[in-house]
Design a protein around this ligand. Structure first.
Ligand code: NAP
Ligand code: MG
Length: 488
């Protein structure tokens, strides 16, 4: 028995699982060499450009526009021009377009999923099973509200705001677009959206969907580029800014908009506590911990990046967690077996490396399962730190990578106190078999979302957003529609 070992008289188990490659074909995606800005239903030739890459192997994928303030201004003017007709349509007509977009996204979901993984580095099974179904679900959900705004906001005569400027990050490019565009259009606004510099391609493919759905010109406009294009959008003649990204940039935008009369919602960073009590189903909790921090390489604002374990079960739980981590498959995002894909960019990798080095220097104990990382591209092995003190940078700062910090507690009060000891307040997880304890904890945790015996679950009907430095305003549900309407 060289390859196989008999485990305690039961069935033979291989010493090491090896998986045959199961690559998803790239054929379904046909990329243009060059993209412009999508303004007023047409492609505007950009004056400045840059090249967008695949983070898994640094292969250049396409040349895209770097929007100048003038180009951003054109996009806003196109949105302004389209506003009167779009907002004047009966809600049931706007709903038809949104339903169409939702259905086209479903029909073309494989194409979008492959492109999302190619440009962003996330595993294909996540873009296929999470990003795409949820993006379509958001359009379906808000399509349903478009003709029911008076019921959504009774006695308020809801009216759209006008032109919404929307700025999104690189971790869920198409899904963040859906979170922003769907409620804005349902309420009768027109939009100018800027995707993140590193992941513009699914937003540009979305322009194709907009054309296919025959959405009136100028209702959706997309400009690409780096932070300066985002800053130009903030300064442009828009009625609202919806921003998802870092707390630092969010604060700068808030300062910039103070006194301008423009409305603002901010969805910012997080450093969530995932709290495991000694009565929790441990194996289930381990799965939730893994999903909480290694999903999408930990590039998740609500990632369960601080694990709090009740002291009496800390040792067995950490053992199980390490064993489970050793089974995670890190590699080609387009391989259907991959659990952990590529880090989104060189800059993000450098940020993760810096914080991990700080964790070591401060005295935390590091564990990384043995795994072979590809030579080209941006990669980081799943990592867990134990012996972490609350004061360490890895327990305080958002790492936004596959790095978990483990801390312990003895009593529920201590768990609450430690979990809330952060400037952020986006999400939290509680693992216990006691329903009463879940409610007791949820009441005390300062977090916009509290998951119980699960983690990273999303639904378009359920509001999502933060407290404190995680921002304000909600996305999803009726709460996500409210920031796009004015009412008397
Ligand atoms: P970021 O640097 O703040 O970027 C977010 C977006 O803003 C990008 O499109 C970015 O362009 C743009 N931008 C940069 N500087 C700007 C400026 N001065 N004015 C206007 N726009 C500007 O954040 P990121 O590094 O891409 O994303 C990671 C962060 O987003 C994390 O902190 C994470 O927690 C947060 N996030 C929060 C949520 C949530 O729902 N709460 C969801 C996802 C991510 P560039 O791409 O060129 O930088
Ligand atoms: Mg950035």
């Amino acid at each position: 028995m060289s390859e196989l070992e008999r485990g305690r008289g039961s069935a033979p188990v291989p010493r090491e699982w090896t998986y045959a490659p199961a690559p998803e074909s790239r054929e379904i995606v046909s990329l243009h060499e060059r993209y412009g800005h999508f303004v007023g239903g047409e492609w505007l030739e950009p004056t400045e450009t840059y090249t967008t890459l695949s983070p898994a192997d640094e292969e250049p994928l396409a040349v895209v526009g770097q929007a100048t303030p003038a180009e951003v201004g054109h996009a806003v003017a196109a949105a302004r021009e389209a506003f009167e007709d779009w907002s004047g349509l009966p809600g049931s007509e706007r709903a038809k377009y949104l339903f169409r977009i939702a259905r086209i996204l479903q029909e073309r979901s494989r194409e979008f999923a492959v492109l999302e993984s190619l440009n962003g580095g996330k595993p294909i099974k996540e873009s296929r099973d999470v990003d795409l179904p949820l993006a379509a679900a958001h359009f379906f959900y808000y399509a349903g509200w478009a003709d029911k705004l008076e019921y959504a906001f009774p006695n308020r005569a809801p009216k759209p705001l006008g032109v919404a400027g929307q700025i999104i990050p690189w971790n869920f490019p198409l899904l963040m677009l859906a979170w922003k565009v769907a409620p804005a259009l349902a309420a009768g606004n027109t939009v100018v959206l800027k995707p993140a510099e590193t992941t513009p391609l699914t937003a540009l493919l979305f322009c194709d969907v907009v054309c296919q759905a025959e959405l009136p010109s100028g209702v959706v406009n997309i400009v690409t580029g780096d932070g300066s294009a985002g800053a130009a959008l903030v300064d442009a003649d828009v009625d609202k800014i919806a921003f998802t990204g870092s707390t630092e940039v969010g604060k700068a935008i808030q300062r910039r908009l103070a006194g301008s009369g423009k409305k603002l919602t901010l969805e910012l960073g997080g450093k969530a506590a995932n709290i495991v009590f000694d009565d929790a189903a441990i194996d289930q909790a381990v799965e939730g911990i893994v999903n909480g921090i290694y999903f999408n390489q930990g590039h998740v604002c609500c990632a369960g990046s601080r694990l709090f374990v009740q002291e009496s079960v800390a040792e067995p739980l950490i053992d199980k967690l390490k064993r489970r981590m050793a089974t995670l498959r890190v590699g080609d995002p387009l391989d259907k077996n991959t659990d952990v894909g590529a880090i989104n960019s060189r800059q993000q990798l450098a940020k993760i490396e810096e914080l991990v080095a700080a964790g070591r220097a401060e005295g935390a104990e590091i564990y990384q399962p043995p795994c072979r990382l590809p030579e080209k591209g941006y990669w980081f092995a799943p990592t867990v730190f134990t012996n972490v003190a609350q004061s360490y940078r890895i327990a305080q700062e958002e790492i936004f990578g596959p790095v978990l910090s483990v801390l312990t507690f003895r009593t529920p009060d201590e768990a609450v106190e430690k979990a809330n000891n952060t400037p952020y307040g986006l999400s939290a997880g509680v693992w216990t078999e006691k329903g009463s304890r879940i409610l007791w904890m949820a009441e005390r945790l300062r977090a916009g979302v509290v998951w119980a015996n699960t983690y990273n679950r999303f639904d378009p009907a359920s509001p999502f957003g933060g407290y404190k430095e995680s921002g304000f305003g909600r996305e999803g549900g009726l709460h996500g529609l409210a920031p796009y309407v004015d009412g008397d």
